[in-house]
Design a protein around this ligand. Sequence first.
Ligand code: FAD
Length: 466
Amino acid sequence: MSVRHLARAPAPAADVLIVGAGACGLTAALAAADAGASVVVVERDKVPAGSTALSAGLVPAAGTAAQARAGIQDSAEALAADIRRKSHGKANETLVRAASEAAGPAITWLGERHGLPFELVDGFVYPGHGVRRMHAMPERSGAALVDRLRQAAEEADITILTGAKVETLSMARGRAVGAVLARPDGEEAIGAGAVVLACNGYGGNKAAVARHIPALAQALWFGHDGNDGSALAWGEALGADLADLSGHQGHGSVAHPHGILITWATMTAGGFQVDCTGARFSDESEGYSEQAARVLARPGGVAYSIFDERIAAIARQFEDFRRAEAAGAVLHGDTGGALAAALGLEHAAAFRATLEEARDLAGAGGRDRFGRVWESPPLAPPFYGVCVTGALFHTQGGLVTDAAARVLKAGRPIPGLFAAGGAAVGVSGPDAAGYLSGNGLLTAIAMGRVAGMAAAGALSNSPCVG
Ligand SMILES: Cc1cc2nc3c(=O)[nH]c(=O)nc-3n(C[C@H](O)[C@H](O)[C@H](O)COP(=O)(O)OP(=O)(O)OC[C@H]3O[C@@H](n4cnc5c(N)ncnc54)[C@H](O)[C@@H]3O)c2cc1C
């Protein structure tokens, strides 16, 4: 990845050039096109997918029509407060506000203007969110989300160049003016009035992960390999402001060795995790992100997620969970002893004692020694269990931007350069524990829309982007 400084800007092939065709890039493309700009999206893969396609596709947003229909009172300020609380106030405040305010209107706009059938996810509240505010496609998958965004972009006549990797960012007199692409038949330079970096973070770059997130250096990489740190490398080369590089979304519940995500609803609805000794080791209600390093620190780098049929029924709304069941990753037993045997837990007596303790805690609604407050009904037989490991899903640090998604250098915008989604700094702060469910797609979609609008507006020297 490099930056080329040209003496003068090439003739623009498009008003806005967008690097990456995940949720962020496609949303930015739709927003820029809606604002009247000509847009070219460049994607290294043959088909747009990105980490978005690997995700559950859950997007938090406040004040949407779907929430109103469900009788849920919510506001951008309430969403921002939940994000702040999870990050212990360490997240970039400008972006917390900007993303929280932009999310609801973005979901409504994608639904009404571009036909994306967002639904409110039913059945449980994600940890850290005060109300139900996760929006998803009917299929409850990120693959469906990115497919529908691509369809909408195609219907809007947006050019998407696939099989085209941006290797070099072109600058002229301090302004981003295009890029050089590597294509199967050679290099191609594209000039543009503005460039939006929507190429996600560096989770797929082992060296960068070891440098910035050493606790997860050995973690299973669960994101898209295209997260190779392109934006970070360009930012470093430009001397752009970078922040929260240790921030990330981990996950402490990926079926092992199957490599299938087991929804954290298994925990929030009343399940818990034990290690191979049959004992619990943490407050599972804190969130799945920080749980990745905790699970990896257990013997063998694995743990066991324990729940029951009531919870399995909730989890089955997710395709991943159904896949995990079909793959034989989800085991059950009519008694604690039978489940311990199915899971191969040698310390069956200790496991049975943990199960009984959890039942008593849930029955009494008590707070346990880890600080978890038990609010769900006690588990009832048959009991379910899955062997899980810790994984890295995506990084949350990156290029610092302002509320208009402009990339900053020493606090001032680099002309013509925008970033959002995983390419930019997120709203989780520097710690895994700062990641609130949905922070990834929140910034991809909410700030992706802002970036597209601002990049298009920048061309006409819109006052909103200075
Ligand atoms: C298993 C899993 C589950 C998740 N579940 C959720 C969830 O439910 N809710 C949530 O909010 N977040 C979730 N996330 C995180 C979420 O997927 C990401 O935060 C989000 O998809 C980021 O969107 P993006 O558009 O920035 O990146 P991506 O979707 O990764 O898109 C970036 C695109 O840029 C392309 N690209 C990269 N470099 C270049 C280059 N140099 N030239 C050309 N193209 C390039 C890539 O190929 C890719 O297609 C999950 C992540 C994982 C891995």
